[in-house]
Design a protein around this ligand. Structure first.
Ligand code: SF4
Length: 473
C-alpha cells in the first residue's frame, strides 16, 4: 500500500493549474492521492493571498490540516502558494506544525524538496523571486472534468493597479512560447479535452514581455489548428489590450467562442485614476466597440466597490453604468486594503457597512440584468457542452453554452434528452432563470456541424446545420 497524499487547492483557477502540476510530483514521490486529509501521510495546502479574506481562509485551512499533523496521522504538512510568498517567514514562526513552506517560485520543485527533506535537509522556508514558468513538459494531472482544461499562457503581471498585491507575489509578466502552448493543447486534446480556457493575469499582454506588441491573435490562430479542441475561451483580458485585431479575429473564428472576460473594476474616471487603471478608452466606449465588432458576444466583468474615497456620486455612476453596459455576468468585490499596496495608504477609507451595501446593490441590479440577457436565448437551438450530472441533482444533466465559462457563469439544465459528459450537442433553450437556462436536447442528439464554435450564440441555429478543490486520482 502506498502512503496517501491530499492536496487542497484554494483560490483561483491559476492557482488550480499550479496545484495540478504538484500532483504528479507527489505521485512520483511514491504517494497515491486521496480526497480525505484524515487519511493522508502528507497534506499540501496551496493557498491564495489576493485578498485578506483569502489569506484568512488559507490560514484556517492550514490550521485544520495542522490538527492531523499534531495527531500524527499526517507526517508532513506543506503550505504553498501566494500566502507563503507573502508571509512565509512570519508564518513559519507562527505555525510550527507546518514542515515546509514553498513560495510561488517552488511549485515545480515540490518533489525534489521532499526528497531533500528525506535526505536530512532541514530547510523549512523556500521562497525566492518568482521567475519560474511552467512548460508543456511539466507533468500535470487535471482536477477539471476530462473535456475541459485551463491553459496558462503566461505568469506574473506588469501592471501596477494600486489595490493589487499580485505583481509582488507572482513576479514580472513572462509568456510561454506559442509552440510550447500548442504542444500542451495537443496533449490535452489527446486526453479528450474539447474546451481550453486561456488564463494568466492579463491574457491580452501575451508576448509583450518579449519586445514588440501582443501576440494573442497568432496564438489563437495556432491553437485553432489543434485537432480535437473545439472551444477556445479567453479569460482575464485587460481593457487596454482588447484591440480591434483581437475582436476581428473573434468575429470570424470557428473555435474562439464569443465570450470575453474584461475586468473593468469601475467606470468613474476618478476612481480608475486612483486605482492606476485609467485607460485611453473609457469603459463604455470599449464595451460598445466590442459589441459592434462581435455582436453576439457575452461579456463578463469584475467590479470593485468601496475603493478609498469612492463618493456616493461615483458609486451612483457605477450603478447606472451597469444598466447601460448590460454585462452578461459580473463579479462584485468590496475593496479591502492589502498591506504592501499603494492603495492601503490612501486616505478616506470607507466603512465596511457602506462597502457591503454598495456591493449588494450592484449584485441585485446585475441579477436582473443577467436574467434579462439570458432570455434572449429562449427558443433558440444552440450548441452545448454536456458536463454530466448537474452539481445539485442527479436527476438533471448540466451543460454549458459557449458563452458560459466553467464554474463561474451558470449552466444549462437539460430537462429532456440524454448525452454523455463531454459531448457537444444541440439544445433548444426553453427557459431562463437568474443565472441558469433550461433546455431540451435535440432528439435524436444532433452534433454541431464542424466545430461547435461555428454556432455563434444569438443566431437562430437549426438542427442539421467548478474555490476549493481536492485531488483524488
Ligand atoms: S492587472 Fe492589476 S489587478 Fe490584475 S493582477 Fe495585474 S496588478 Fe493585479
Amino acid at each position: 500500500m502506498k502512503p496517501l497524499a491530499a492536496l487542497i487547492s484554494l483560490g483561483c483557477v491559476k492557482n488550480l493549474v499550479d496545484s495540478e502540476t504538484m500532483v504528479p510530483q507527489l505521485v512520483r514521490s511514491g504517494y497515491a492521492m486521496t480526497e480525505d486529509p484524515a487519511e493522508a501521510s502528507i497534506i499540501v495546502v496551496n493557498t491564495c493571498g489576493f485578498l485578506q479574506s483569502a489569506v484568512e481562509e488559507a490560514v484556517q485551512s492550514i490550521l485544520e490540516a495542522a490538527k492531523f499533523r499534531s495527531a500524527g496521522s499526517c507526517e508532513c504538512l506543506v503550505a504553498t502558494g501566494c500566502v507563503v510568498q507573502r508571509y512565509g517567514k512570519k508564518l513559519a514562526e507562527l505555525l510550527p506544525e507546518v514542515d515546509l513552506f514553498l513560495g510561488t517560485s517552488h511549485y515545480h520543485r515540490l518533489g525534489d524538496i521532499l526528497a531533500e527533506r528525506q535526505r536530512g535537509n532541514g530547510l523549512r522556508v523556500w521562497i525566492s523571486t518568482p521567475r519560474h514558468l511552467l512548460g508543456s513538459d511539466s507533468p500535470r494531472i487535471r482536477a477539471t472534468p476530462p473535456h475541459t482544461a485551463y491553459l496558462k499562457i503566461a505568469e506574473g503581471c506588469n501592471h501596477s493597479c494600486s489595490f493589487c498585491i499580485i505583481p509582488h507575489l507572482r513576479g514580472r509578466y513572462r509568456s510561454r512560447g506559442i509552440s510550447d502552448l500548442v504542444a500542451e493543447a495537443a496533449r490535452l486534446a489527446d486526453e479528450g479535452v474539447k474546451e481550453i480556457n486561456l488564463i494568466d493575469q492579463d491574457t491580452t499582454a501575451y508576448c509583450t514581455d518579449q519586445g514588440g506588441t501582443a501576440r494573442l491573435v497568432p496564438l489563437l490562430d495556432a491553437l485553432e489548428k489543434v485537432q480535437g479542441i473545439e472551444w477556445i475561451r479567453l479569460l482575464y483580458a485587460y481593457p487596454d489590450g482588447v484591440t480591434d485585431d483581437l475582436l476581428d479575429w473573434m468575429a470570424q473564428s470557428r473555435k474562439t467562442v464569443p465570450y470575453l472576460d474584461v475586468p473593468i473594476q469601475h467606470c468613474s474616471a476618478g476612481v480608475l485614476e486612483r486605482m492606476g487603471r485609467r485607460t485611453a478608452e473609457d469603459p463604455l466606449s470599449l464595451i460598445r466597440r466590442i459589441r459592434s465588432k462581435v455582436p453576439h458576444i457575452s461579456l463578463r466583468t469584475s467590479l470593485m466597490v468601496g475603493f478609498p474615497g469612492e463618493t456616493e456620486e461615483e458609486f451612483r455612476e457605477l450603478f447606472e453604468f451597469l444598466e447601460v453596459a448590460q454585462f452578461d455576468h459580473a463579479g462584485v468585490f468590496a475593496y479591502s486594503p492589502e498591506p504592501g499596496t499603494a492603495a492601503a495608504r490612501y486616505s478616506h477609507p470607507l466603512e465596511s457597512r457602506i462597502k457591503e451595501k454598495r456591493k449588494r446593490a450592484l449584485l441585485q441590479r446585475q441579477r436582473r440584468i443577467s436574467r434579462r440577457r439570458l432570455r434572449r436565448w429562449v427558443g433558440k437551438v444552440l450548441p452545448v457542452l454536456v458536463e454530466g450530472y448537474h452539481p445539485e441533482t442527479e436527476l438533471l444533466l448540466g451543460a454549458r453554452l459557449p458563452t458560459q465559462a466553467p464554474e463561474q457563469d451558470g449552466m444549462v439544465l437539460i430537462t429532456r434528452g440524454t448525452a454523455s459528459p463531454g459531448e457537444l450537442a444541440m439544445a433548444r433553450i426553453t427557459a431562463a432563470h437568474d443565472y441558469d437556462l433550461e433546455a431540451e436536447l435535440a432528439d435524436p442528439v444532433i452534433r454541431p456541424p464542424g466545430s461547435a464554435g461555428s454556432g455563434l450564440p444569438g443566431r437562430e441555429l437549426r438542427p442539421g446545420k467548478g474555490t476549493r478543490k481536492r485531488f483524488d486520482r
